[in-house]
Ligand binder design. Sequence first.
Ligand code: AMP
Ligand code: GLY
Length: 427
Amino acid sequence: MNILVIGSGGREHALVWKIAQNPRVEQIFCAPGNAGIAELATCVPIGVHDFPTLAAFAEKEEIDLTVVGPEDPLLNGIVDYFEERGLKVFGPRCDAALLEGSKSFAKEIMINYNIPTAEYRSFTNYEEALSYVREKGAPIVIKADGLAAGKGVTVAFTLEEAEEALRTIMLDAVFGEAGSRVVVEEFLQGEEMTILSFVDGETVVPMVPSQDHKPAYDDDKGPNTGGMGTYSPVPHYDDSVVQTAIETIIIPTAKAMVKEGRPFRGILYTGLMLTEQGPKVIEYNARFGDPETQVVLPRLETDLVDIFLACVDGTLDQCDVRWKDNAAVCVVLASGGYPGSYEKGKEITGLFTGREDIIVFHAGTAEKDGKTVTSGGRVLGVTAIGKDLYEAREKAYGVIPQITFEGMHYRTDIAMKALKGLEAKQN
Ligand code: AMP
Ligand code: GLY
């Protein structure tokens, strides 16, 4: 089999790494890929939006399955396009990817199908949004409606912050068209959990849960990022929490999409807030999470390509998906300045491959004059696998000091919530 993976981040490196473990896979291509992916796959310099060139490449190389990593090509209809050309592709069509592409569409689905989520209103008029925010008061959450690379959300603890967020999204239009509509949401208190699920329309197979760390600095301080680190499992919560989420959120969402005539086939990402009233949806994504994938896939026992093919063929109900009884921690090493502006092209030293229990997934790296250099905000995801989170965390933080690049910063508290939660549970 020949596989084409589309994307260039840490998530795609993890996908390629897992796909490479299938003995039937002969060749893996990645468009456009990065310096780490290039060690496992042939990287081809085709942009993720260039559908005609990507499809022509898939035809020429006799690709048996194309796997789409990021959300933008999904929302722009890459799956619809590949299907029209008779190519096998894994991911939701654009009408289903809208669960991620429009927060107001996602909210309507949740309200109409009684899926627990924060109370909200959506606005296109700045004055109306402002008076609603003033009426509700802080804390309150302001979200740009469209895609904003995980940065379009402000959790405002004061009215001033909320008003400033409305101004920057709606008047200054920093997210462009994505901010022409805003969603104003009730603030939910609790810890967050991500559950990724394989979905083939009706059938849903949830993966092991993970927890992301969105704020840039330790103790959840600083601006929101795409994710600074993850861990899996989330052992300080009982399995019953996950079970409730599956029954009240994940299965009803897949059913709702079928009923709406836009069946979801691909990876459904549910970002949950574990509130006192039970899990509630913070956001849906229509793809694997980044860096959640980096801790979930190392725990998957079953072959990933077989699961993808079952999703595409609508036979997921016949797939026996198994997980390992281990733990994984991923710490993101970011460029100085990220999530704000940062410089690229810094030489990275101390990289390694060849260890089964510690994998350095590349997110924003490139090859330049024989050296590996930074090329993005999130540069690397150091992922360690251990028998439990204590061991995985120790291994990950144990190797980080040997990796360097100018300006590198990372959080030192990834997975600490779980360890503190476990200790509190034992006392
Ligand atoms: P989102 O991009 O929608 O996942 O939001 C980014 C982050 O903002 C989430 O991971 C949460 O930490 C936070 N957030 C979003 N919505 C809410 C909410 N309703 N209440 C509290 N925090 C939220
Ligand atoms: N880590 C958050 C996301 O992938 O959206």
